[in-house]
Design a protein around this ligand. Structure first.
Ligand code: ADE
Ligand code: ZN
Length: 338
């Protein structure tokens, strides 16, 4: 099954580039910039990766990303992720980044965006894949800062496909960001938001009604609310789910309890993604395989997840048709009816 999951052409739609910072690059960049870290070896780093919830993870994530200082750091981080993604059969990747986590400590926005952009362009050429960049606002910081970040980022409008919303969810309902998201939409940017990860189903509804998002990142808690599930299906709003992340952060107590399969069977556009793969024990294929084993997914379910990933992607229709044809050709070669 792992070979099948790897060979299957897929899009990854929910990955934080800062969450792909592997232990060796973390240590190397710390040494390069003369920064001291509480770890000496990659094994020390990984031993520290035990989380009880989203807050305990975010504390470490924000501390570690401080080794990212200049444009070349962001370029290398991005290139390393795309190499791993390509190995996993990812044909199209939509990458999140958290600008405020860098600008708040004095790294210029241009170094962040241009560094990631160079990595994306280089990786596209090396691996023959397509990419998009999505800028996320931190919901646990004030809205004025998000407004200023958007204004500054519009100087790089052509490099951005969309905006998102992430960081600590509970106590930070999405509605506060309605104005920023309205401006982003007026600029022609796509809009997505983390909702229903540690927050309730109500935050998913609020993100749909007030931010007018076109995709929900996570959306696990939406499964608690039958009326919302019916709406997500009716309005064809995709969910970018992240099974290994949800187990590591206690969003579900065991993978067997993850609602992914139930929502997929209910006809929602469910996708599988890796979130912060350096922290949660696996890239995209690991997430596919773990979900397959815990939830008893069949090959045709994996094909459906792959088709959904391209249906939900920010692609133009011709690119989308091309990728869907790749999935269908792969399924046909393996004798899976879709
Ligand atoms: N930032 C990085 N990973 C995140 C997650 N899983 N939830 C919210 N914000 C994040
Ligand atoms: Zn996420």
């Amino acid at each position: 099954m792992e070979g099948f999951a790897r060979g299957l052409p897929k899009a990854e739609l929910h990955v934080h580039i800062e969450g792909t910072l592997e232990a060796d690059l973390l240590l190397e960049l710390a040494a390069r910039h003369g920064l001291s870290l509480p770890y000496r070896t990659p094994a020390d780093v990984r031993a520290a990766y035990r989380f009880t919830d989203l807050a305990s993870f975010l504390g470490l994530y924000y501390r570690n990303l401080e080794v990212l200082r200049d444009e070349d750091d962001f370029r290398r981080l991005t290139l390393a992720y795309l190499a791993r993604a390509a190995d996993d059969g990812v044909r199209h990747a939509e990458v999140f980044f958290d600008p405020q986590s860098h600008t708040a400590r004095g790294v210029p926005l241009g170094a962040v965006i241009e560094g990631i952009w160079e990595g994306l362009a280089e990786g596209e050429g090396l691996h023959g894949m397509s990419t998009r960049l999505i800028m996320c606002f931190l919901r646990d910081r004030d809205v004025g800062e998000a407004e200023r970040t958007l204004t500054e980022a519009l100087a790089y409008r052509g490099l951005l496909a969309g905006v998102g919303l992430d960081s600590a969810e509970r106590g930070h309902p999405p509605g506060a960001f309605a104005g920023v998201f309205a401006r982003a939409r007026a600029e022609g940017l796509a809009t997505v938001a983390h909702a229903g990860e540690e927050g309730p189903a109500e935050y998913v509804r609020e993100a749909l009604d007030e931010l007018h998002i076109q995709r929900v990142d996570h959306g696990v808690r939406a499964a608690d609310d039958p009326e919302l599930v019916a709406r997500l299906r009716r309005e064809r709003v995709p969910l970018t789910m992240c099974p290994l992340s949800n187990v590591k952060l206690g969003v579900v107590s065991r993978l067997e309890e993850h609602p992914l399969k139930r929502l997929l069977d209910a006809g929602l556009i469910v996708t599988v993604n890796s979130d912060d793969p350096a922290y949660f024990g696996g890239y995209l294929v690991d997430n596919f395989v773990a979900a397959q084993e815990a939830l008893g997914l069949r090959r045709r379910d994996l094909v459906r997840l792959a088709r959904n990933s391209f249906e939900a992607a920010l692609l133009d229709e011709e690119e989308r048709r091309g990728y869907l044809a790749e999935v269908d050709a792969f399924a046909a070669r393996r004798g899976v009816a879709v």
